[in-house]
Design a protein around this ligand. Structure first.
Ligand SMILES: Nc1ncnc2c1ncn2[C@@H]1O[C@H](COP(=O)(O)OP(=O)(O)OP(=O)(O)O)[C@@H](O)[C@H]1O
Ligand SMILES: CC(=O)N[C@H]1[C@@H]2OC[C@@H](O2)[C@@H](O)[C@@H]1O[C@H](C)C(=O)O
Length: 395
């Protein structure tokens, strides 16, 4: 099925705002030839931080007690406006007119993700909610917009996440090396590209919290003044509290086998508030707490490798992307923990890629597939019963 006639060279904009709610990433890419052969060039990238009141409004929607229908409806349209502005702005920065853009792929903002089958009222369903209205983006920019990707995979029995591995398979696979791609955003997720793999051999899953707990504790300890541990500076001044670390590592999510995905529902405010109370009650210092939760993220990556990957594949390289790659202490802890397995740890930048742009580039590529009516999922990754064409097109 071909929905739109494919031009040989297409300029596409990808938009992403992730679980850390730091802002909107916009990537303008040029795709040449078949979207399945991976010729993608990043022309421009821009990050637009969310205005503080909008960030707070999004956080409000993570709390199911506060997320009323009127607030969700309002934020859906408002985010559509902000995404449209981000698309226009990245094209302007690149010096490219909107009329040259073939389509926009917009992930939207996840406000709820429930990948497990839930049997409420006897109906076995999974559900996931991404907002940021595609119709608004298409209307303001005059460009077709593909949005709301995840539900199509869920409709086919999948987790609706992670979706980026499809594009990682296209862009990073190697005939001689087994490569692991570790994204450290709010949540951490890993993709395994075995040497010489075909698409059906790729697997991926969420490793657990990425920066979510680091950011959450920073915010609690500083009364909201600091939203992240920049460069890992606070963690660098502390020591790991072994007993707290052991408790954190006992969370049942880490015992679940892939395919699996997670989000703020497990590691969001409720979790962070309980953890903060526990830290305060046991007199663990700010610095030691930060060192411990930073190592916890590194541990979750090591445990994911040791439990679910190593039995099947010996990895040659782990490539780290996402905002967590700027936390030097975190990267250092991951390097130390993976040394025993002889896995080379590199950053996206070491290979000439942009750590921040990766997910936005992925949604440009996914949208390009949608516009051609091509399947853009790997069902072995999400656990779906078949690959599907994800995304809804607003013309
Ligand atoms: N200079 C820095 N030092 C330390 N941490 C940083 C730095 N820059 C970004 N980060 C961390 O990265 C986070 C943002 O990462 P990213 O944009 O990859 O997440 P996301 O895309 O929102 O999340 P996800 O991939 O889970 O959807 C910030 O919230 C912060 O914790
Ligand atoms: C439901 C949801 O938004 N999940 C995100 C989140 O952030 C990281 C991880 O958890 C991953 O599963 C996913 O995002 C990326 C873009 C993905 O689907 O590959």
């Amino acid at each position: 099925m071909e929905l739109f006639k494919r031009k040989e060279i297409r300029k596409v904009i990808g938009l992403m705002s992730g679980t850390s709610v730091d802002g909107i990433d916009a990537a303008l890419v040029e795709i040449t030839g078949d979207s399945n052969d991976g010729r993608v060039k990043l022309l421009e990238f821009e990050n637009k931080p969310f205005p503080e009141e909008i960030r707070a409004g999004i956080f409000d929607l993570f709390d199911t007690g506060h997320a009323t229908v009127d607030k969700i409806g309002y934020m859906n349209m408002l985010l559509g406006e902000l995404y449209a502005q981000a698309a226009v702005s990245v094209a302007k920065k690149a010096g490219i007119g909107m009329e040259e853009i073939g389509c926009i792929g917009s992930h939207g903002q996840t406000i709820y993700h429930h990948p497990q089958i839930c049997g409420k009222d006897g109906w076995p369903v999974r559900y996931t909610v991404q907002i940021g209205e595609g119709a608004v983006i298409a209307n303001r920019t005059g460009i077709p917009c593909v949005s709301d990707f995840r539900v199509a995979d869920m409709a086919a029995g999948g987790q609706g996440a992670p979706l980026v591995p499809f594009t990682e398979y296209l862009l990073y696979r190697s005939s001689s090396k087994t490569i692991l791609l570790q994204n450290i955003g709010g949540i951490g997720n890993i993709t395994v590209l075995p040497a010489g793999c075909n698409a059906g051999e790729v697997y991926a899953f969420d490793t657990g919290p990425g920066n979510m707990i680091i950011d959450g504790l920073m915010s609690r300890f500083t009364g909201g003044k600091k939203k992240m541990d920049e460069g890992g500076c606070i963690a660098a001044g502390g020591s790991i509290d072994a007993s707290l670390l052991k408790e954190l590592c006992s969370h049942e999510y880490f015992d679940e086998r892939p395919p699996k995905s997670t989000g703020r529902e497990l590691f969001g405010d409720i979790y962070i508030n309980q953890l903060y109370d526990r830290i305060q009650a046991s007199d663990i210092s700010f610095e030691d707490a930060m060192a411990t939760v930073t190592d916890f993220t590194a541990w979750s990556i090591e445990a994911s490798y040791q439990r679910y990957i190593l039995p099947h594949h010996l990895a040659d390289q782990l490539l780290i992307g996402g905002g967590g790659s700027y936390n030097r202490v975190l990267v250092d802890r991951i390097r130390k923990r993976l040394k025993q397995y002889k896995v080379e740890v590199l950053l996206q930048e070491d290979l000439g890629f942009n750590s921040d742009a990766k997910e936005a580039v992925a949604f440009a590529l996914l949208a390009d597939c949608t516009m051609q009516g091509r399947c853009n999922t790997i069902s072995s990754v999400t656990g779906a019963n078949r690959p599907v064409v994800m995304g809804k097109i607003s013309l």
